[in-house]
Design a protein around this ligand. Structure first.
Ligand code: PXG
Length: 457
């Protein structure tokens, strides 16, 4: 069999046996799935030998880039020494002790971590942990969560309920009771005549109004991503988070920072909450903790909360593979690379500003209404008329066209509706950043041509 036959047969077998996440399976199988076979640095290679610049770090997670032997070797060594032991019955393993300690050093005031296998599981854990906490504090009526429309907190029942994706709720009767969604701080889309700073305060006060409507005595916590990722890289105005913090503190409502995308350096700080200057009570972590080399997530707990939980007897919650030793070994090696190579500082002070300068320049393109970037995460709002911040009639069409042109030009970009998203690995070089911007510009030109041809503008 030659390579082409192999690819055809692999696609057919995939179509017969594999259900993909977030995919229209009939459409995907008709088109034929991409098969990625190799990767190095920021570059992917598919089974046909095509090369792609991965502008998206896998799925927002491959911070240290591909091909890191030392992570593979650390995992291999751990697998050979002790592939598994549980944490349930008064036991632990050495890698998880080391990792938990390492995390506490990255996030002062968060000395303790509960481990999970994903961000979704971590957010489900948070629902149970927060309610348990308020019971221990003698306030069992505090059960309600406030979250944002268009936020993303995972795909489990709890995670998807906290998330504010209406189209996810529509499949299967979500959200669960006890979750209220409020406005997202998306100035470009929803800011109207307000300045970004005014709008940031307005959106924060929506959190306060929701708490007051429900009664603060029933509200347990507010959850938000420092920068919304999947929702379209929504960067809140600087006024937003301090006001949310003030409002929640005044009402004794806990703050959960979902750091699954923003954590581990993506915004140029170890955690996104540090970038925006607020102090959460809990942090959801996943993705960048291992750069995706193995699955791992967790909940980092503030010392004040951990003291209450610690004195509260059993917390009846855990996953068989919570704190898996091989995943912990991957995380330790990954964080070691971030530290040794100064990659968080590189995002904050070197490659982040370098890419941002060029990315923000794309706002000059006739199709781009707003360009934004913080650290190494950015978005481009596509618009038929930038002076009006107008939207295309059917959201998602032009974004898909743009994404597909980028793909044909050898660049992986993500589209949320008509916003183009980028989040490259932290090892991106200056030359690769130039290439990323050039290919994005080419994709915008192609999308503009297509929009005109189809009469959308
Ligand atoms: N919180 C946030 C902020 C996330 O971005 C999760 C929780 C859930 O993590 P797990 O590990 O359970 O997937 C995420 C995940 C996309 C996309 O298309 C984003 C995520 C996952 C899948 C797709 O942008 N984020």
């Amino acid at each position: 069999m030659n390579d082409a036959d192999t690819a055809i047969s692999l696609r057919a077998r995939n179509a017969r046996h594999h259900i993909h996440p977030f995919s229209d399976m009939d459409a995907l199988n008709a088109e034929g799935v991409r098969i990625i076979t190799h990767a190095e640095g920021v570059w992917l290679r598919d089974i046909e030998g095509r090369q792609f610049l991965d502008g998206f770090s896998g799925l927002w997670n491959v911070a240290v880039g591909y091909g890191r032997r030392e992570i593979a070797e650390a995992v291999n060594a751990q697998m050979l020494q002790l592939p598994f032991y549980n944490k349930f019955f008064k036991s632990t393993t050495i890698p998880i002790i080391e990792l938990a300690e390492m995390l506490s050093e990255l996030a002062p005031g968060f000395s303790r971590t509960f481990f999970t296998n994903s961000g979704s599981e971590a957010n489900d854990t948070i629902i149970r942990m927060v309610r348990h906490y308020w019971q221990l504090r003698g306030r069992p009526a505090k059960t309600h969560f406030i979250a944002r429309r268009n936020g993303y907190h995972g795909s489990t029942v709890g995670g998807a309920s906290l998330g504010g994706m209406a189209w996810m709720h529509a499949q299967g009767g979500l959200p669960i009771p006890g979750v209220t969604h409020v406005a997202q701080p998306w100035w470009w889309g929803d800011g109207g005549d307000m300045s970004p700073d005014e709008f940031g305060l307005w959106a924060a006060r929506e959190v306060g109004h929701a708490i007051d409507r429900l009664g603060a005595e029933t509200v347990a916590a507010f959850i938000g991503e420092p920068v919304q990722g999947a929702g379209g890289v929504i960067v809140p105005p600087d006024t937003y988070w301090p006001e949310v913090e003030r409002i929640c503190r005044a009402r004794d409502v806990l703050i959960v920072s979902d750091e699954v995308i923003c954590g581990f350096g993506r915004l140029g700080h170890w955690f996104g909450s540090q970038r925006f200057g607020f102090r959460p009570d809990l942090m959801t972590i996943a993705k960048g903790i291992t750069s995706g080399y193995l699955p791992m997530g967790g909940v980092m707990v503030s010392d004040a909360m951990a003291d209450v939980l610690g004195a509260g007897g059993d917390f009846f919650h855990g996953y068989t593979t919570s704190g898996h030793p091989a995943c912990a070994a991957a995380a330790i090696a990954n964080i070691g690379i971030l530290q040794r190579e100064g990659l968080v500082e590189r995002v904050g002070h070197v490659i982040g500003p370098y890419l941002a300068e060029r990315w923000l320049g794309l706002a000059q393109h006739p199709l781009v209404g707003e360009a934004r970037m913080v650290g190494l995460i950015g978005g481009l709002e596509l618009t038929p008329d930038k002076s009006l911040r107008a939207r295309f009639p059917k959201a998602g069409e032009i974004g898909t066209v743009c994404r597909d042109v980028a793909y044909r030009a050898g660049l992986i970009l993500r589209a949320t509706g008509d916003c183009m998203l980028v989040a490259p690995p932290f090892v991106l070089s200056e030359a690769e950043a130039d290439m990323l911007v050039e290919r994005t510009r080419h994709a915008l030109d192609g999308a503009l041509e297509e929009a005109v041809r189809r009469g959308w503008m």
